[in-house]
Design a protein around this ligand. Sequence first.
Ligand code: GLU
Length: 471
Amino acid sequence: MSGQISFFESVGNYVDKAAAFTDIPKGLLQQIKACNLVLRIRFPIRVNGDYEVIEAYRAQHSHHRLPTKGGIRYAESVDQDEIMALAALMTYKCALVDVPFGGAKGGIKINPSKYTVEQLQNITRRYTTELVKKNFIGPGIDVPAPDYGTGPREMAWILDTYQAFRHGEIDSIGCVTGKPVTQNGIRGRAEATGRGVFYGLRECMSYEADMKKIGLTKGIAGKTMVVQGLGNVGSNAALISQNEGDVKIIGVAEREGSIHSEKGIDIEKLLAFRAETGSIVGFPGTKTLANNLAALELDCDILVPAALENQITRANAERINAKIIAEAANGPITADADPILIKKGIVILPDFYINAGGVTVSYFEWLKNLSHHRFGRLENRFQHNAFEGILTKVQEMTGKTIGDRERDFLTRGGTEEELVNSGLEDTMINAYQQIRDSFQQHSAISDMRTAAFVCSLKKIASDYISMGIFP
Ligand code: GLU
């Protein structure tokens, strides 16, 4: 909660602000904003001989496209308002990146580090059972995925529980995404959100005129970055930006503290250090800052909050010194901090765009599951032979020979991971161009969040209108 208004209300307020730049009728706008279905669950589990009542939710925000889609988080912050807000963001996210799903989100109010693996498995299976009982899960109904505090392991438990109830259902493997690769998952899903953050930033920073306005040169290479949160999203965003974008990570914030180094922090080494010592504090060559939020205030080109919501608030917004903020987490900036940052001239790449890589690759996983075969399996050999034929002909005609390595490169088909990454890259680039066009079309729009909401709203409205429900 930020000030007086709730997280869900604040998403609604952003939508209202954007709706002013569209001609969507009031009734339709109300339907788009409404959260359609919320399942509120309580169930007991046995912990160390005692019973504990677990609080959990699943919200389906919009059914204009089916299935509904969104992660399940395990966090102490979980409550109904948070899950509804996150489900709403999923609706706008899917529309923005042309993933044909409605938005949903689930959550269990626990700190997973306080439970054993066996207890976590019990909780996950019981939660899934409740979803099955209420018809809140299924490849054509509602498809969960990882989120804060969950990963492939939990998704495997969800799949196994679902299949126990739906034995013989041919598409059952599409009931959840983000599964382990060996359990009908897809290569590239684990790092997809972080990779998407990198592609989105790189695209945004490729426009010379836009960068000039915020005092930056064109291109992501050589720019400085501060990352908050070394979970799946933050660590991959930092690693890929460092390794593929030549970005210098100068600050990292985590729960235990924050660190700074002008020379740059090697993320791979930092992750190994944290795995060994349990903390980022004391990493050689870095200075420890006053507290765990202090790194957010460092002078940098790009700030990536990749932890939880409400990290940049009215209390610290004035002291943020980044040129670009990439909201890798959902809702890291509170509604009252947003205008302060915009006024300071900071470009904010909104959560429902910049972290859309996860759901994009979830969509690819779901497609793979429904088609029951691996991408490339049918066409790779055929293409390889066709390319070989062309090269042989070219050699004959020119009398020149192509080297073996070059020949291999020119004739091979893409691997699953390469195909996934290229689909993701294309998605992030296309969506950015749509947001940028909408920003440029309306001179009164002062921020990318509003421009992005305009894009999503138009697509969702046109879906409703073509269904014949609204005039
Ligand atoms: N939890 C991720 C998100 O917030 C991924 C959702 C999904 O893959 O369905 O976008």
